[in-house]
Design a protein around this ligand. Structure first.
Ligand code: ASP
Length: 452
């Protein structure tokens, strides 16, 4: 049995939905289908989820949100008409939205999640209806009845362990199941959504629950590429990637799958296959537990901007027991998650994401470090990028750092920090943001230049 998820661009209009239905019916193993809400049809288009957020915001400000709601209904209306769907599906969607918009607004987060969930829910109903019209024995599956039980964290929900017990029964249903992504219910019956892009998570949970042979994730790219095609021209496609490599690359800016996606399938060792709805014959990228690291030590190069270093120095720091803990405790108390802590004998840097380190937070943290740790110096450097080199083959290969630093030197790029995790499947370099693209290109030339 395959669990198959289609992203927003695969459901953006009637033509895309026809392609989706062709893909589904081409393989009888594809039995549990997860859909996103209709996404962008062209570059500056607005996703249905974003239209819904606007609706909710308007209502929360006290407006009627009529115009915004009409825009949502119009998107579905256009699709339904082009697919030749009659039987009142558009009226049902309009009534559903109207019911949601008149719900209680005293808790704004609760209201927002309830509205956001309408995108996937109605899309699943529409796709099921279309498949039925085409003669397929398809059904819409209600996540509440199916047991998609989530924690009570609005917009950031997590699956509850007990959900799996009920969800696994889906394996025995004979119909083709169309399951809306992105949301579920608390045990008390309240709608909760995952973080944005969270339909990937729904698919992963379902694949784990029914013990799928593979989790197919259809999007709008043929493969995961070894570097960002906006930075490197025509980068090498990755055909096989391990979960660990995927994690390292996603951490540093590869955004093929939502970050929380891999965990449920990873725990069960179920492979993920990233594929393209517009080119269903391309085999895509397989994400697997283990791979044969034959084709070169490095599989991908990623880069992410928006980091800052909090640099702390104190003479004889190495002799002071508990210094590191006390530094990190300040970050913990300020609710700042840190990324890395490279250190020397008398200094330590704490690397954090700039978006959680505004000027007011910076001022507080610096003051607290100065006061409670009696340091010689503490200052913050902003606009830093992290460049990540990842590959299972790096573990057994001598000279990776030598080659990487040589490539940086030839490109005239100063490395401010090097971090090799103890797993040895990745190596990370801290550079100035303005050097980030050149750094990726330099590493790409070094590790992929000749073979591609
Ligand atoms: N529709 C939601 C979003 O735009 C979830 C998803 O597409 O996965 O974030």
């Amino acid at each position: 049995m395959k669990v198959v998820k289609f992203g927003g661009t695969s459901l953006a209009d009637a033509e895309q939905i026809r392609k989706v239905c062709k893909i589904i019916t081409a393989d009888p193993e594809r039995r549990l289908i997860v859909v996103s809400a209709p996404g962008k049809r062209f570059k500056d288009d607005i996703k249905v989820t974003d239209l819904l957020i606007k609706c909710a915001e308007k209502r929360l400000e006290g407006g009627s949100a009529e115009e915004e709601a009409d825009a949502v209904v119009a998107r579905y209306g256009e699709i339904a008409e082009e697919l030749g769907l009659s039987g009142g599906i558009v009226e049902e969607i309009a009534a559903d939205l109207c019911r949601r918009l008149s719900a209680d607004r005293s808790n704004r987060h609760k209201f927002m999640d309830f509205i956001k969930a309408a995108g996937e829910d109605n899309c699943a109903k529409l796709v099921a209806r279309y498949l039925k019209k085409e003669g397929v024995n398809a059904v819409y599956v209600n996540p509440r009845e199916a047991g998609m039980l989530l924690s009570g964290e609005y917009g950031n929900a997590r699956v509850l362990p007990e959900a799996y017990e009920k969800l696994k029964e889906l394996r025995h249903r004979r119909e083709l199941m169309i399951f809306p992504g992105f949301f579920g219910y608390t045990p008390e019956g309240e709608v909760m959504t995952f973080p944005r892009g969270g339909s990937d998570i729904t698919g992963s949970i379902l694949a784990a629950a029914v013990d799928a042979d593979v989790y197919e994730n259809f999007t709008d790219v043929d493969y995961v590429f070894s570097a960002d095609p906006r930075i490197v021209e025509n980068p090498k496609p990755i055909t096989v990637l391990t979960y660990r490599e995927m994690r390292e690359l996603s951490y540093a800016g590869f955004n093929v799958l939502h970050e929380d996606t891999t965990e449920p399938v990873y725990r069960k060792g179920i492979p993920i296959n990233i594929r393209n709805t517009n080119r269903p014959d391309a085999p895509g990228t397989m994400i697997v537990p283990e791979r044969n690291a034959q084709n070169g030590p490095v599989v991908g190069i990623a880069c992410d901007k928006g980091f800052c270093y909090v640099f702390i120095s104190k003479y004889m720091m190495n002799r002071e027991i508990g210094f590191g803990r006390r530094v990190l405790q300040i970050f913990e108390e300020e609710h700042i998650s840190y990324e890395h802590t490279p250190s020397g004998i008398d200094n330590i840097s704490v690397i954090v994401k700039e978006k959680q380190f505004g000027r007011d937070v910076e001022e507080r943290v610096v003051r607290r470090i100065k006061e409670s740790l009696q340091v010689d110096d503490v200052y913050v450097e902003r606009n830093r990028a992290l460049i990540m080199l990842a590959g299972e083959g790096m573990m057994r290969t001598v000279g990776i750092a030598y080659r990487a630093t040589g490539a940086f030197a030839r490109a005239g790029i100063n490395i401010e920090m090097i971090n090799q995790g103890s797993s040895e499947v990745s190596m990370m370099f801290g550079v100035l943001e303005e050097d980030a693209e050149n750094a990726v290109r330099a590493l790409y030339r070094e590790f992929f230049g000749n073979e591609w």
